[in-house]
Design a protein around this ligand. Structure first.
Ligand code: SAH
Length: 212
């Protein structure tokens, strides 16, 4: 069996060769113990570049997807970030490691509870709320950046309204099979849109998402 450091190194080298060149993102992925975010039975797969099942029929995203979205977000220390879809808490941990102030919303109570225990246990200070994240988290708005880690049928307008001018929203939009990654930047007069690759996420369910 490979040593943990060896597995982590292989994962990070693989991400680099797939186009993740941001050293800080690669370092965060190397440093965060992904095995702690999944069940014991799956630990041997922790550093494979694959999504893995977590409780409640949800998934921890593929490391490449986490790294890609984080690279697009271009995190600066002190950025105030809203994440929709806490899930295992792994993506929130990566953002936190990069020095962001992270607010994360999860709609499934069990996952919210697990992440509320795990993240502080691992030393990550993340603000987590149990709610429908398609409505954002109004009290702490505006955010420098917003990341949605579930696939949306459309761009939720509440999220757009909670961005600062110059802030950006990164969100996968499409049908329930595949989604295109959108980056939307709020400008003085409106918005600018950019598109990236296709990904496959679990559905974003809520008032401005898919219906449960
Ligand atoms: N960022 C997570 C990925 C989890 S998968 C990680 O790193 O592990 C996506 C998550 O989005 C699931 O936990 C799902 O329950 C959650 N989700 C789906 N719709 C949501 C909504 N409207 N509000 C908040 N969370 C939502």
């Amino acid at each position: 069996m490979l040593l943990l450091e060896e597995e982590k190194r292989k994962l990070v080298e693989g991400l680099w060769s797939k186009g993740i060149k941001d050293e800080n993102v690669l370092k965060a992925i190397y440093d965060i113990p992904r095995e702690k975010f999944i069940s014991d039975a799956l630990r041997k797969f922790a550093y494979d570049d694959n999504a893995l099942p977590i409780e409640c029929a949800q998934t921890i995203s593929q490391p490449f997807t986490v790294a890609y979205m984080t690279q697009v977000l271009d995190i600066k220390p002190g950025d105030k970030i809203l994440e929709i879809g806490t899930g295992s808490g792994y993506q929130a941990a990566v953002l936190c490691k990069l020095g962001a102030e992270v607010y994360s919303v999860e709609r499934i109570e069990k996952l919210f509870e697990n992440a509320s225990i795990l993240l502080p246990e691992l030393g990550f200070k993340v603000h987590i709320k149990l709610d429908d994240g398609t409505l954002g988290w109004e009290e702490n708005a505006p955010y420098d950046k917003i990341i949605v880690t579930a696939g949306a049928p459309d761009i939720p307008h509440h999220l757009v309204e909670q961005l600062i001018i110059g802030g950006k929203l990164v969100i996968p939009v499409g049908d329930q099979q595949t989604q295109k990654l959108f980056e939307l930047t709020r400008t003085e007069t409106g918005f600018e849109k950019k598109f990236y690759d296709y990904f496959k996420f679990v559905p974003l369910i809520g008032a401005e998402g898919w219906k449960a």
